[in-house]
Design a protein around this ligand. Structure first.
Ligand SMILES: [Zn+2]
Length: 265
């Protein structure tokens, strides 16, 4: 028995003798089945061709992402925190080097994930470090590999650790989650619930990024309102360079205004 991972979205499924019939995450209108049809891989196959790279974004905040890029190619973020490290979002590759390096940094106490496209190999990561996984209950139906390590939270916010708060902002997904970290004026780890775009002066919002399905004005206003009570100067998006490293809060406000202007009748 081995686990299979979808090659297009990176989602890991429960151990099985043969690959699943389909990947519901990719069949969903927010993702897509690649040209040529559904493809699967396994951790053993993936570890022969891929490895993880690291970047220290700022003190106590490390990016971990797979090279060459795999599936959606997001990178995770590891917050080194006094009460135990927090992994924000997750990736499909967990190789021996990553396990040793993370353990040398104190392991992982909790994993929190913005939305199902980044659930990836979360259960493998949780098992390797004895971590809890915190997901918003709004996305429970999208969990492909259930596990006792998964905890569901509900409501608008969840205090994950001192100075670290999870914020629910429905839009891209009902359970869409961002993480606020109080450090140095505040950082918002947004996954792609709020999407940092290549022009890093702005962010944007979509129900589906690959399939270009927008969100309505009321939803975009609600996403902005969900983070309004929090102070932050940086927004960390889901990829290495998708980072707004200063003035993030006014740039969010300008981005909301621009978006609403362009979707108006
Ligand atoms: Zn998939």
């Amino acid at each position: 028995m081995q686990t299979f991972l979808c090659a297009t979205c990176g989602t890991q499924f429960p151990p099985s003798a043969t690959p699943p019939a389909a990947c519901p995450i990719c069949v969903d209108e927010r993702q897509y089945v690649a040209t040529g049809g559904q493809r699967w891989t396994t951790p053993a196959a993936l570890h022969r061709t891929h490895m993880n790279a690291w970047r220290r974004h700022e003190p106590d905040l490390f990016g971990i992402g797979t090279t060459p890029g795999f599936a959606i190619a997001q990178r995770a973020l590891l917050i080194r925190a006094p009460g135990g490290n927090i992994l924000w979002d997750c990736i499909s590759v967990l190789d021996d080097a990553t396990i040793e390096l993370v353990k040398a940094m104190g392991g992982i106490r909790a994993i929190a994930i913005s939305h199902p496209h980044y659930y990836s190999a979360m259960v493998d990561w949780a098992h390797a470090f004895g971590a809890e996984i915190w997901l918003h209950e709004g996305d429970r139906e999208h969990v492909m590999r259930p596990d006792p390590a998964i905890r569901y939270w509900s409501g608008a916010t969840h205090a994950l650790a001192p100075g670290i708060t999870l914020i629910n902002a429905p839009g891209h997904f009902d359970g869409g989650t961002m993480l606020h970290w109080e450090r140095d004026g505040g950082a918002l780890l947004s996954g792609d619930i709020i999407q940092v775009v290549p022009d890093r002066r702005y962010v944007s919002f979509m129900r589906s990024y690959p399939n270009l399905i927008p969100l309505p004005a009321r939803t975009v206003r609600a996403i902005a309102a969900a983070v309004e009570p929090f102070a932050f100067t940086r927004i960390y998006g889901a990829w290495w360079d998708r980072v707004i490293d200063h003035d993030a809060k006014p740039r969010l406000a300008q981005s909301v205004a621009r978006y609403l202007k362009w979707i108006a009748d």
